[in-house]
Design a protein around this ligand. Structure first.
Ligand SMILES: [Zn+2]
Length: 452
């Protein structure tokens, strides 16, 4: 399997640390609001990555953090006169519901930052002991980037000004400058805090991911992912903290999904084009239509979301479901061995997904299979359900439609008429079937009836 590694800015052959096993860390949400569809696109990309690895025979341990303490959460809690858990608990629940609606496989664990403060403090203490961190006059602890010569290797920081000695303590960063960043923030009045040898305070955002990923996957693991806006400074800082503390490589492969645009523009609250999955559902769309839309874009290309494109995806998904229902109705027997056509389709599908997740191409191959006339229905069904292990469109749940006995009897009578070339009468019966709400299609394997 080949993947694009942001760290080396090239496509590389994926080689796991441990044979047959993949440790995968995917940056999760900061739970102060509903996830917007740009975030959801990233989570779907990560799900496709995981499903492709699993389809290829790897066992995957996926860890996704829930950031349940940070500046934005605290700000919202203060504004609404609540404690932070009153913000984070309901939004965590909403986030997990979104994942379920989008058919995203569950991670092995969703660690909450607030439950790993001890791990974070241990990491900060080790950075202090090794001389990579210092405590400022404000009592906050900072990472000294000048001490880590590899700083900037992920983001390719030529253009970013390195401001050695100047510090930043906020979770919101200026994307143009690299500065000493906060590991441990000294307590401010009214903010939640934890005791530590550096005094009362709370962790910075970056240290959360380093501590939680290493806790569950070890200090050196296979793949770390996120959206492109995580590359700098979040992931750059994660590398600095982790590698300075352990003295070894943190992660072998870094993968990032591109932005989602709405009507060709950056999504923002001020442009009124900021959507969540709730907006999609409220307009009567199936959440999986959004998933389908993401499948038609390669993860390293910008995706342009429009309501028209979503409608087209909904139609395509409905058609695919209808095709599956039709295949379920077939009474054909499956030959034991795949035909040459089937073998070819499987080969090109595998090549597509294992070529840096070319899912749009794989989807095209699935449609080719749907339209392929030289494929036995039973085998075609099996093939499409196998492809759907990666697409995750829930096609396995499409049941064989229940056809009433009355309809079946008309179909039988019509077959008899057709066998005797009585086509005018047989057409009358076809119209009758349609009028009763069913659709009839004559195929080489016999008539197929589905609900309209
Ligand atoms: Zn993270």
């Amino acid at each position: 399997m080949k993947i694009f590694n942001t760290l080396r800015r090239r496509i590389e052959e994926f080689k796991p640390i441990k044979k047959g096993f993949v440790g995968l860390y995917t940056c999760g949400p900061t739970v102060y609001n509903f996830s917007h569809i740009g975030n959801l696109r990233t989570y779907i990309f990560e799900d496709l990555l995981r499903r492709t690895l699993e389809w290829g025979g790897f066992k995957v341990k996926q860890v996704m953090n829930i950031t349940d303490v940070d500046d934005k959460i605290i700000k919202k809690a203060v504004e609404e006169s609540k404690i932070i858990a009153e913000i984070t608990v309901p939004y965590t629940k909403a986030f997990l519901e979104d994942l379920k609606d989008l058919n995203i496989e569950k991670a092995a664990v969703y660690p909450r930052a607030t439950r790993h403060v001890k791990d974070m403090l241990r990491l900060v203490a080790s950075l202090m002991a090794k001389g990579f961190a210092y405590q400022g006059k404000d009592k906050s602890v900072y990472f000294e980037i000048a001490k880590f010569p590899d700083y900037g290797k992920l983001a390719d920081l030529d253009k970013v000004a390195l401001q050695a000695g100047s510090r930043i303590e906020a979770d919101e960063y200026n994307k143009e400058e690299a500065r000493d960043f906060v590991l441990w923030k000294a307590m401010k009045p009214g903010e939640p805090s934890w005791p530590s040898r550096f005094g009362l305070g709370r962790p910075g955002w970056h240290i959360e991911c380093s501590a939680m990923s290493m806790h569950y996957l070890g200090s050196h693991f296979d793949i770390h992912t996120g959206g492109v806006d995580n590359i700098f400074p979040h992931h750059e800082n994660e590398i600095a903290q982790s590698e300075a503390a352990t003295g070894k490589t943190f992660v072998n492969y870094w993968m990032h999904s591109e932005h989602l645009m709405v009507d060709g523009q950056k999504m923002s609250k001020s442009l009124n084009n900021f959507y969540t999955l709730r907006d999609i559902k409220n307009r009567g769309f199936d959440p999986l239509a959004f998933r389908y839309a993401t499948l038609t874009n390669h993860y390293r290309s910008k995706m342009n979301f429009t309501w028209e494109a979503l409608e087209a995806s909904q139609n395509a998904l409905n058609n695919l479901r209808f095709e599956i229902a039709k295949l379920r109705m077939s009474s054909a027997k499956a030959p034991r061995h795949p035909s040459e056509t089937e073998t070819k389709l499987v080969k090109s599908f595998k090549e597509a997904v294992e070529n840096d997740l070319n899912v749009p191409e794989a989807l095209g191959i699935a449609w080719q299979a749907v339209k392929e006339k030289n494929l036995n229905s039973k085998r075609k069904l099996r093939l499409l359900l196998d492809f759907d292990k990666i697409f995750g469109l829930g096609l396995a749940n499409i049941k064989k439609p229940v056809i009433p006995r009355k309809i079946k009897a008309i179909v039988k009578k019509r077959e008899l008429l057709r066998a005797h070339q009585q086509f005018i009468q047989s057409d009358v019966l076809r119209n009758k079937i349609e009028a009763l709400g069913y659709k009839l299609e004559d195929t080489e394997e016999g008539p197929i009836i589905t609900k309209k």
